[in-house]
Each structure stands twice: as structure tokens, then as C-alpha cells.
Design a protein around this ligand. Sequence first.
Ligand code: AMP
Ligand code: MG
Length: 351
Amino acid sequence: METIVKKLDRNALKKEDFTEAVRILRSGGLVAFPTETVYGLGGNALDHKAATKIYAAKGRPSDNPLIVHIAEKEALRELAKDIPEVAWELAKRFWPGPLTMILKKSELVPDTTTGGLPTVAIRMPSDKIARMLIMESGLYLAAPSANASGRPSTTKASHVYEDLAGRIELILDGGESLIGLESTIIDLSEEKPVILRPGFLSREEMLSLLPGLEYDPALIAKTDGKDIVAKAPGMKYRHYAPKGNLVIYEGKKEAVIAAINRDIARRIEGGFSCAVLTTEESKADYSCPEIKSIGTRQREETIAASLFDALRSFDEGGIEYIFSESFSDGHLGMAIMNRLLKAAGYQVIHV
Ligand code: AMP
Ligand code: MG
């Protein structure tokens, strides 16, 4: 199958821009599209055949459920049951936006979409293109991140093409994703609300509506979940990994820089290609042929926005060893570290 890339002008979107995408989606095909978090690989969420195609195109294990994307809050009534009042309050406050809610699923949602779980993940994206696509199609779109399973999520149409060309019909190119990290996932299907995946929307921002909100213990354990099983099936898989060996260095700034420089020197002496993943604050302190600054610690959102692109760029350069600084635990730092730890297969050196 040939994959077509259609470039859209965000500032002049027309109904006609979506004709082809809508035709493909309504006939059970797949279309990748931009959202404010990352690019999504969309298919009709209520068609189990379309859902099956999504797993196949990504090479995603079929027990790793898909998030259903909607354009209007009312859709909750159709997709979920026993909806707690707080879900409506959260929707009012944070939708459209980077929040995914897990609720008990209605009969309408096929088991394929939910990976066999009795619950369904639902999100209302704020991205204009995503919203228009959902509305024009008149469907609910199951849309996991539009990457090949295990690879970093995609924040540009070119990333999607790299991973999925020949496997999907169409990619809508709406430029770079604004946030660059996947949504915050909270589970509201049980008595106690739990954060299953940290994201741009922080626990603190939700506390006034959900005073008891805690993180899934598997997230904080900072291990590969050997002892504790993550409640979001997807969180247990190795993810985001570049082909090179990525190691994170944690400790005081000067000690981290010294340790990374020491280890780079050793690897370069051994004839290996190396890169450093760093920030504006310390990029001048390294001695390495490839120094990748992914933003400034003063504005962690800049780091979030370019993390996946950076991880992908190391593969293009055929880098064998990647040395990364670590990020703080607060707010976005936690979401960034969650992705980075997975990418590194939890290899952390404390200095
Ligand atoms: P992605 O769309 O690729 O960002 O992946 C969706 C994430 O949501 C994965 O980590 C899934 O395991 C998680 N997820 C989706 N549906 C559910 C559900 N019903 N219960 C728990 N986690 C879910
Ligand atoms: Mg994903």
C-alpha cells in the first residue's frame, strides 16, 4: 500500500482537506493525524476490524489497549457506563486537552479496542486538525501513538512516515506536536483515582477535583516493573528505545558532567560513536562529537517537546552510545523521566 502524506495549513483549514481521510476512516482504513500531545494512528474505534489493523500496523501487542478520541464531551455517555460525577468535572476543566480518563466501557466499544479490558480510555484532543477530523468523520477514533511499537512516539509527520510507510493509507501533516509527550492517563474505573501515566497535565493541577489522586506505584518504583505490575498495560513494555545504548546519569550537575565526559572518552577510545543528551545549561561543558541540547531547564516544556525527536535522531546518526543527563522529579520532569527511563531500559548511573 502506498502511504500518502497530505500537508495541511492549520490557519486555513477547509472541510475539503478532510474528504479523503474521512473516506478512508469510514471504510475501515487508517489515517495518522497530529494531536497536541503526539501524532495518533486513527481508525474507527467501534469497528473491531479497524482496531485489529491498528495493532498490526504498529506491531503492537493486542493486550495493549487503544485510547478513544472524541470531539464532544457527550460522547462519554455512549462509550462509558457508571461515569462518576468527577469525570464530568474533569472534562469540563481539562478537555479538550492532554488528559485521558479510564472508565468502565459500554457495550458499544469492542473488546479489540480495549485490549480485552472491561474499561475504556477516552480523550478529547485540543488540536484543531484532530478535532475537525473526528467531527467530519462522525466517528470516534481509536488512536494510539503513530509509531512502530517500541520506538519513540512521533511528533512530526516525517517520524510517522519513517515507521509506518506502506502500512497505512494516509498521514495528515500538521507540523510539530505542541506538547510532544503523550497524555496524562488517570484511572477512574475503581474506587481510588490513580495516575497510570504522567504527562503534561500534572497531579497537582487535578488535586482540587481529585484530592486522593496518587501515582500508580509501578511508576514511582523506577524499575522495569519486575516487582510491581503497571496498571496501564502499555507501561510494562520497553518503549521509546533508540538503537544505541542509552544510559542516564543522576547526581549533582558537576559530577554528572565529569562522569559523562570520562565515559565518553573511554568509548571514543574504543572506536565507538557517542552522543550526549543535554540542555542549554550545560551543553558547553561536554567534549563529544555529537552534543544534543533538547531545551532549557528553565522551561521544561521545551525539553518535553523535543525529547522524542532527539531519541530518533540518534538512530539516524547510527550512534552506539548515548549519555543523558537526568531531569527533576517535579511536574513535567516526572513525565520526561518516565519516558527517558524506559528508553534507557532503566539504566541509571548515580554519581
Ligand atoms: P498510546 O496511545 O500509544 O499512548 O498508548 C495508550 C496507553 O493507554 C497505553 O499505555 C495503554 O496501556 C493505556 N490504556 C489504554 N486503555 C487502557 C485501559 N482501559 N486501562 C488501562 N490503561 C489503558
Ligand atoms: Mg504509544
